[in-house]
Design a protein around this ligand. Sequence first.
Ligand code: DOR
Length: 437
Amino acid sequence: MSEWLLKGGRVIDPATERDEIADVHIADGVIAAIGKSLQGVGAELIDAQGAVIAPGFVDLHTHLREPGREDEETIASASAAAAAGGYTAICAMPNTDPVCDTSSVAEKVWALGRELGLVDVRVAGALSRGLEGAVMADIGEMARSAARVTMFTDDGHGVQDSLFARRTMEYLVAFDAIYAEHCEDAALAAGGQMNEGDRSAALGLRGIPAEAEELMAARDIALAKLTGCRLHLLHISTAGTVELVRRARAEGARITGEATPHHFTLTDAALETYDPLMKVNPPLRSDDDVAAVIRGLADGTIDAIATDHAPHAVEEKDQEFGYAPPGMLGLETAMALGITELVAAGHLDLPVLIELMSTRPARILGLDAQGSLEVGSAANVVVFDPVARWTVDASSLQSKSRNTPFHGREVTGRVMHTFFEGRPTVLDSKVLSEATT
Ligand code: DOR
């Protein structure tokens, strides 16, 4: 196992409340030491002056597309994209083909991730068989499987049947597992293409009202209180949902929530070009919603930045707006958008961004080896230049798909190196296809 000495970076670790210029010594897969003027005899040296050294990022919401749509993304290409984006753990959504509603699919995805060794691939299991919202998936078996699934969701669909939601929450309590909801009332959202408001009226596209999200968020919060189940709200996109979480949290409910980079960066004004790359679910919202999501991230109401990385084939995205599937890539641009839109824009500080991208999502998933630079813990580390400017280029992404809405956008903040369990997966912004030992 190789040894590394990262010299003179700004070490930011929200878990241990460290924020100082120091060296980080990585040996035997763990953080061996952090301090001034460390001598790592025999260690490979990395000059980290001017850079930030932080715990690797943890994405709660990644669509891997394997099994089923390996033309769009594979566990290998998503792992490479994750490493390039500074991630050391990702959580795979279950809307694959077959759906991840059994322990055999969950274990297969988890094991393939481990074999690749670029990032810890955790798995979210489906709540219902086939994501149909009617019959419970093999939740207990997935929880007890080698994949040790702790988060369950029918992401892509909201659970419409309130009794099914209640019964599933009651069952999940036995495993202290998380019920994660894609909040969307199907009847209210039916046929919708974008956020409902002045802009959808002007563009002549059918809208999805904020209430489609907020009604289900309110229902789930009520059911989480009733059952005692842990609830996680996926891709929060409206001011009303942020407020619901804020209130429920103040009352002591066990609720967490995430927001995506596109929901804090883009508004529904982006739809004016009718560009299918701007189509996503939940849709890009109003200026007021975006401001509320940013406030929620800054004041801690929203726990995590999650990408909802959703690869789609060029031929499927590149068609008339109404026919294009919703979804955007996210893994390789999330940190830079966080720095550009949140930190540089003055909404929050770098340590808070790192908390939102690493420490808090790691805690939600219960990943002890992630989200911290504590000495003795697994060396899952990202080193990034917080001021480097670069232009997003869809053609140079690690992902197999190209559907980023940020192509051509100038952003600040670049991942330089990523270490997963003590081994570099990215060095000098280049992904090492075979993680070196
Ligand atoms: O835009 C989205 N795309 N939202 C989802 O919830 C699902 C995702 C996908 O799987 O493409």
